[in-house]
Design a protein around this ligand. Structure first.
Ligand SMILES: Cc1ncc(C[n+]2csc(CCOP(=O)(O)OP(=O)(O)O)c2C)c(N)n1
Length: 510
């Protein structure tokens, strides 16, 4: 493995004491600015390594919040007696921050960053306690962290707990409960929210008009300060005020997604991993030729270094097929019937669960529901309360665990609900355990003699189509599960055997 091409020893261990410093000295500001730039350059490089290797990853969120994370680091150093020194982040996909600070704090060598998101390398897409050196908490399911750090604050009454927040994560209902508890109990939790108006499936200002992070939090009684995230003086003043005041506070940083990155700024694509073709000019402009050389030398190989594909025939996308199969059924309905009888609600993951096919073809029956699984599944179920109508709902199977109670109430209201839970089971993608959909049977939690609940796990794309065709017009609760990975076509034994001739396979695979 080549040497990490950006010299991280240049990161300066800045110390800031917000209680004694109303403003920063010019020298401190220069150092802070240099730290931000260094971190941003490193994040661009190692997340782009993942892109070059054919992996996913997230660049924009971690890149954008470096002013906040480097300031947190400086305050942790300046007043170690005052803080729980953990970079809690409710948007776990910004894990690049955690891995970078793990290196900066000496827990692992910088070279490991070049394995970001690779399977079996211990740097998955969301932080997991005990898996990666230096990582101090687990995160990755949006909207779960604030409630948790309230407890950390209860356990550390003499300390302040900081949490990086995001506008997407703040959509989750749990945050409303967490806010009320924090305010009522005067907990010393401080939220530094990156309000960049981007989530996966769009701009919240467009698909969720009326939603304001600042007004929402203020409505819960939380003192809120809005600021420009890239104005370091203003950011420092806002964070300082939040930190030195007692009780919960939120600083809302407005900035564009992937701020300053040509071709990515303000774009939805900035949420995901930066494309190599954008990372190269960025790094070239910053003079990192060795980094560019490494990026260009990375070959996109098989994603899983352990297993080899021995299936028969071309792989098919089961999760994508769910959407196209539903579109096929819908196309046989009259426009008036479609509109009256079907409502599809997405939770910001339509591009991953196949629902985007329905959005493209029949937008009039689709709702971009934002990152609110519990509320959205209930809304879909409520639409399907009447005989002859049905709601369609989809998200990742991991988040089915969030919806179990809503599923019970939907069942008891005799709802007609067709759910698609994609990304079922553990997968070769280095996401982490919180993204494994391993509790699918929890969907079938009703009493057998009272309600019928049906779970389907089609094995290949052909079966997905067949299942959707068969169950679409059936009443009640129907759950379709699909894997993240594509799957081989499920052929007859003889055909499989003939295709395998000449392949080196273990006896049990014959
Ligand atoms: C409970 C839950 N639902 C959905 C997701 C999938 N997901 C990951 S990131 C994301 C969008 C997040 O937007 P935001 O938090 O604003 O982050 P940014 O786009 O600024 O990086 C979604 C829907 C998830 N991780 N957890």
């Amino acid at each position: 493995m080549p040497q990490f091409p950006i010299d991280l020893s240049k990161y300066a261990p800045l110390k800031i004491d917000p209680w004694t410093q109303e403003t920063l000295t010019a020298e401190q500001k220069d150092t802070w600015r240099a730290n931000i730039q260094l971190c941003r350059d490193a994040i661009i490089f190692f997340t782009a390594c993942a892109a070059a290797g054919g992996f996913g990853g997230h660049t924009g969120g971690a890149f954008d919040t470096t002013p906040e994370s480097t300031l947190m680091d400086a305050m942790f150093r300046g007043r170690p007696d005052k803080f729980v020194p953990i970079f809690f982040d409710e948007a776990g996909h910004r894990v690049a921050t955690q891995y970078l600070f793990s290196v900066l704090h000496g827990h692992m060598p910088a070279e490991r960053l070049m394995d970001y998101r690779k399977g079996h390398k211990g740097l998955p897409g969301h932080p997991e306690l005990g898996l990666t050196p230096g990582v101090k908490f687990s995160s990755g399911r949006l909207g779960h962290m604030w409630a948790y750090i309230n407890g950390v604050a209860f356990a550390n009454p003499d300390k302040i707990v900081l949490m990086l927040g995001s506008d997407g994560s703040q959509m989750e209902g749990d945050n409303a409960e967490a806010a009320r508890l924090a305010v009522a109990q005067g907990l010393n939790v401080k939220l530094l929210v990156d309000d960049n108006d981007v989530t996966i499936f769009g701009h919240p200002s467009q698909y969720m008009p009326g939603y304001s992070v600042a007004k929402t939090l203020a409505g819960h009684g939380l003192p809120v300060q809005e600021t420009k995230g890239e104005d370091l003086d203003a950011l420092y003043a806002a964070v300082r005020q939040a930190v030195i005041s007692t009780g919960p506070r939120a600083v809302i940083s407005h900035r564009k997604m992937a701020v300053g990155i040509k071709g990515l700024e303000g774009e939805i694509e900035g949420h995901d991993v930066i494309a190599v073709k954008l990372a190269v000019p960025y790094l070239e402009a910053r003079g990192y030729t060795a980094a560019v050389d490494i990026l260009k030398s990375i070959k996109g190989g098989p994603k899983d270094p352990i297993s080899t594909y021995i299936g028969a025939g071309a792989l098919g996308s089961n999760r994508g097929t769910f959407g196209t199969a539903v579109v096929d059924v819908l196309s046989r309905m009259s426009p008036a019937d479609r509109k009256a009888k079907v409502l599809a609600i997405d939770c910001d993951l339509a591009s991953s669960t196949g629902l985007d096919a329905i959005f493209k073809k029949y937008p009039e029956i689709c709702v971009k529901g934002g990152i609110m699984e519990r509320g959205n599944i209930s809304a879909a179920a409520g639409f399907g309360m009447e005989k002859g109508k049905q709601g369609i709902f989809s998200t990742f199977a991991a988040f089915l665990e969030m919806c179990i109670s809503e599923i019970t109430m939907a069942r008891m209201n005799n709802s007609n609900l067709l759910c698609h839970f994609s990304h079922s089971g553990p997968d070769d993608m280095a996401d982490n355990t919180c993204h494994f959909g391993i509790n699918n049977f929890f969907a079938d939690g009703g009493l057998e003699d009272q309600y019928t609940t049906r779970l389907y796990f089609p094995a290949d794309a052909g079966q997905v189509t067949a299942v959707v065709e068969r169950i679409f017009n059936e009443p009640g609760m129907r759950f379709v599960f699909t894997t993240r990975s594509k799957t081989p076509p499920n052929l007859g034994r003889e055909r499989q055997a003939s295709l395998r001739q000449g392949l080196q396979v273990h006896p049990w695979q014959r």
